[in-house]
Design a protein around this ligand. Sequence first.
Ligand code: GLN
Length: 274
Amino acid sequence: MNLAQALVSARTSGVERLDAQLMLAHLLGQPRSWLVAHDEVALSAVQSTQYAQWLERRRAGEPLAYLLGQTEFCGLVLQVAPQVLIPRPETELLVEWALEVLHARSTSITEPSVVDLGCGSGAIALAVRHRCPAALVTAVDASTPALDITRRNACALGLPITLAPGDWWAAVAGQRFHLALSNPPYVAPGDPHLAALRHEPHGALVAAEHGLSDLHRLIDGAPRALLPGGWLLLEHGHDQGPAVRQRLQQAGFSGVETRCDLAGLARCTGARIG
Ligand code: GLN
């Protein structure tokens, strides 16, 4: 089977052309742009078998990132597996905001301490470390497989960070940070969107109290884990902004602000401790 035929077979299987191109590019170790000029290149028997399996699994709804075992986030190629959430483009907003905070403070602080709570694949922690090499970054997760994946990504990318196993703030008890970041589980149990997310880890997506329980724990524990003037930046669901803002105010934060993602949905809220 050559590449032109492989793309036809994707169409007949009902798999999007872009997904099929990314599969073929991955199999052949070439950039996607290379495929366009190489219609006649043939897949080996092993490659054809793998491709046919991927088409079938993709058609059945498995995310492409899990099939390929990798995805891109903030320009970094990250390994992913079904034990971790696939990093979303909208989470790049949290990273951009973190860098803004760090660059604004870098004049006075030489090595800002940053913690990413619930690191999953390590996407946020590694993107921050990549773009702000002076930052001392700690990545927390209660899931051992997630920390293993973060460790592998950190090694592969040559980005040294500290890993801390455990449950939210308990993992870094006694430590204090200039900046805390989290994309916690925030989908309400029974939310209809969960059907489309069935391949991803339930524990990384769903939280009790209408999706707010982990956001509440993160906010309530932050004042004693942040240095004076430290920031907490959180990703949340599009309708959770008011609840998150209110909780931050109750916990003693000031300058509470919500930012929208590229789709115009309220996606991140941040604030500073007095
Ligand atoms: N943004 C994800 C989604 O709904 C949810 C991520 C999360 O719960 N942290 O697809």
